[in-house]
Design a binder for this molecule. Structure first.
Ligand code: 6GU
Length: 229
């Protein structure tokens, strides 16, 4: 998968070089390219924002640098990509969203700052590919960078070969609409806290039943919204 990121803070994405995703980049499964929006400005001050039409607080990102940045990415692209603009005003990002996006050959993340990006940029991007405004949740971050990083990690780990053992993708929170069951490892007794007997019984039917019960108990307690949706 190819991932292009447009941002005024390219160094935010340096961390993509470490851990699982770093290894996937090294092995060619993930081709990540970070683009500095300011490289597509035409003025001496490399201006990316201006005051909002209609008044109001904050600054809005100007459309011209965005247009040139998207054009530069498209100039070197075979098929229409999916554009993702992280935004608290977008649809909610879920495990389902991650699964949908993991099949795409190319994702382009447009990271906005300030009060947002001039709306016409989204209209223009729709002429180049599918456009999705996506939010991580109901709270506000300073910009799209951290949100894009979270989405790239959630999507990237679903690409075959990124996570070493594909089985570890199946038994985890949200894969079946429930929270994950509790996990334990050695020692069996740690500071007087014991591992539940059933997990040491060797009876896999009991173990599976216990784990399923724990998933339901946890989900009911912590995330009742998942059971009613
Ligand atoms: Cl995607 N962007 C910003 N700026 N804030 C957010 C968000 C995204 N998701 C939750 N809060």
């Amino acid at each position: 998968m190819r991932v292009d990121i447009v941002t005024i803070f390219p160094s935010f994405f340096d961390v993509l070089e470490v851990s699982l995703l770093g290894r996937a980049r090294g092995s060619g499964i993930l081709d990540v390219r970070v683009h500095d929006l300011r490289d597509h400005t035409l003025d001496r001050h490399r201006t990316v924002d201006d005051t909002p039409y209609g008044g109001g607080a904050g600054m809005v990102m100007k459309p011209e640098p965005w247009g040139l940045a998207l054009d530069a990415i498209l100039a070197d692209t075979a098929t229409p990509p999916i554009f993702i603009f992280p935004s608290p005003a977008g649809e909610r990002f879920t495990q389902n969203t991650a699964r949908e996006l993991a099949d795409a050959p190319q994702l382009v993340f447009g990271c906005g700052r300030y009060e947002g990006i001039d709306e016409r940029v989204f209209e223009y991007a729709r002429t180049l590919g599918e456009v999705r405004l996506i939010s991580l949740g109901d709270y506000v971050l300073n910009g799209g960078e951290v949100a894009a990083m979270a989405m790239i990690e959630a999507i990237g780990r679903l690409i075959p070969g990124v996570v070493g053992n594909p089985k570890s993708l199946v038994e985890e929170s949200h894969e079946e609409g429930l929270l994950e069951y509790p996990s334990y490892t050695k020692p069996a007794d740690w500071r007087g806290y014991e591992v539940p007997d059933v997990l040491r019984s060797g009876n896999h039917a009991f173990i599976n039943q216990w784990r399923r019960d724990q998933q339901l108990v946890r989900t009911r307690e912590r995330r009742p919204d998942l059971l009613t949706e």
